[in-house]
Ligand binder design. Structure first.
Ligand SMILES: Nc1nc2c(ncn2[C@@H]2O[C@H](COP(=O)(O)OP(=O)(O)O[C@H]3O[C@H](CO)[C@@H](O)[C@H](O)[C@@H]3O)[C@@H](O)[C@H]2O)c(=O)[nH]1
Ligand SMILES: [Mg+2]
Length: 191
């Protein structure tokens, strides 16, 4: 079996994101040793939440501008499930409730943890905790943190419409596609 051991690290950039270059000793399956250098975007854990209203058969998504899509020459306004980074000392469940309130203005009535994923394991250490939630009462304004430049619009639509949009390529955010597929398999209601 291949084994890896980190033997060194240097920080290349440490702004909003940290980019580090690691030196890694690899022992290959055939027993030979080699030294690798790998740049890694060192990320916090994060959460993503599919918010649904099972009685109405709808999902509540957020539409927000994403600069990486713009860099590719794509439409930067992506339709996504609510998501964000977990703060230091915060539980994934608390982060899910905080992000949903910040971005949509809603409380969560019921929350179900699904599973964790590495969304981009070749380049980022981010671990993403996925949740499905039933939407609760409106308790705030939503729209994201204005001081962080967030400008988030809420989009509620029937689940079937979101599904059809995804199949046409109109929902291109990976975590959102995975969450819609889970909801298709197991339904919109939470436990
Ligand atoms: N990328 C980036 N974002 C920045 C920067 N400076 C400020 N921000 C802002 O920091 C905020 C972070 O908001 P969150 O809600 O915590 O995260 P997110 O941007 O929604 O990202 C979530 O989804 C991503 C994948 O879709 C995840 O990769 C990410 O970890 C997180 O889960 C965003 O408004 C973003 O615009 C910067 O230099 N780079
Ligand atoms: Mg967010």
């Amino acid at each position: 079996m291949t084994t890896l051991r980190i033997t060194g690290a240097e920080t290349l950039s440490s702004g909003h994101l940290a980019l580090r270059r690691y030196t890694v000793e690899q022992i290959r399956r055939d027993g030979t040793r080699e030294t690798l250098r790998r740049e890694v975007c060192v990320s916090r854990r994060s959460v993503a939440v599919l918010l649904a209203d099972p009685a109405r058969g709808t999902v509540l998504l957020v539409r927000q501008p994403r600069v990486p899509a713009l860099v590719n020459g794509d439409d930067p306004l992506l339709l996504e499930a609510c998501a964000g980074n977990i703060d230091d000392g915060e539980s994934p469940e608390a982060a899910a409730r905080r992000e949903v309130e910040e971005e949509t203005g809603h409380a969560i009535a019921r929350l179900r943890p699904l599973f964790e994923l590495y969304p981009s394991p070749g380049i980022s250490s981010e671990r993403l905790c996925l949740f499905q939630a039933e939407i609760g009462p409106r308790i705030g304004q939503g729209g994201g943190m204005t001081e962080e430049g967030e400008d988030i619009a809420l989009v509620e639509m029937p689940f079937d419409e979101a599904w059809a949009m995804m199949e046409r390529g109109g929902i291109v955010d990976a975590k959102t596609v995975i969450l819609l597929q889970q909801a298709r398999l197991h339904g919109l209601a939470v436990g």
